[in-house]
Design a protein around this ligand. Structure first.
Ligand SMILES: *[C@@H]1O[C@H](CO)[C@@H](O)[C@H](O)[C@H]1NC(C)=O
Ligand SMILES: *[C@@H]1O[C@H](CO)[C@@H](O)[C@H](O)[C@H]1NC(C)=O
Ligand SMILES: *[C@@H]1O[C@H](CO)[C@@H](O)[C@H](O)[C@H]1NC(C)=O
Length: 181
């Protein structure tokens, strides 16, 4: 009997000891409750890709000489409410795009939309996808988010509304649909 108590106490104390020293993984029973709280949000904004001039928001960071394939750019593009560059700033698109296709024109897009306006100020959405820029509408996956966009998944539809072939500058309309908590 005494040894049984000792063993029980030992087990209780060791359990206590283990749980207070970190938890490697845990299954949460709130999963069903979280499901009910899932929201669906839609965002609409314009992306200003300024490749030329002293206000450029794009810089080439890597790539082979004299070949388009492999060219890699870092961007910090303005996201605005309306199509004009002077329209209200709602966020910035920060990340990388790269020429990922050898035989057509398609970019690998890896970027975060970091919002600075309204209730989404401080929250972000992460996009990772293939962008065949010559297509009228490109469909790209949203793979995650932060802040109010935690657990985000969805898609972005992009349509170029203005392009200057001389400079490479472009304005792109984005519709983003996401499910998140
Ligand atoms: C750069 O931005 C400044 C401030 O917004 C603006 O006054 C100027 O016209 C811009 N320059 C070019 C070349 O777009
Ligand atoms: C967004 O949040 C930052 C940091 O909290 C704050 O400085 C800024 O004024 C906010 N902007 C808007 C438009 O609310
Ligand atoms: C985005 O949504 C607006 C409003 O529904 C629509 O007029 C526009 O064509 C859409 N653009 C894209 C790229 O999906």
């Amino acid at each position: 009997m005494a040894s049984f108590l000792t063993i029980t106490l030992f087990i209780l104390t060791s359990t206590f000891f283990i749980t207070t020293n970190g938890i490697f993984y845990e299954e949460l029973s709130e999963a069903i409750a979280m499901k009910r709280m899932e929201k669906s949000s839609h965002l609409h904004f314009f992306f200003h890709d300024i490749v030329s001039g002293k206000n450029a928001t794009v810089v080439t960071i890597a790539g082979p000489p004299n070949v388009a394939f492999g060219t890699t750019m870092m961007i910090d593009d303005m996201l605005t409410e309306g199509p004009e560059p002077t329209s209200k700033l709602v966020g910035r698109a920060q990340g990388i795009y790269a020429m990922a296709a050898q035989y057509d024109v398609a970019l690998l897009m890896v970027m975060n939309f970091a919002f600075v306006e309204g209730k989404y100020n401080g929250s972000s959405i992460s996009l990772l996808g293939r962008n065949p820029v010559l297509d009228a509408v490109r469909d790209m996956p949203i793979v995650g988010g932060s802040g109010l966009f935690r657990f985000a998944r969805g898609y972005a539809l992009a349509h170029t509304i203005w392009y200057d072939p001389g400079t490479g500058d472009a304005i792109v309309e984005y519709n983003v649909s996401v499910l998140h908590y």
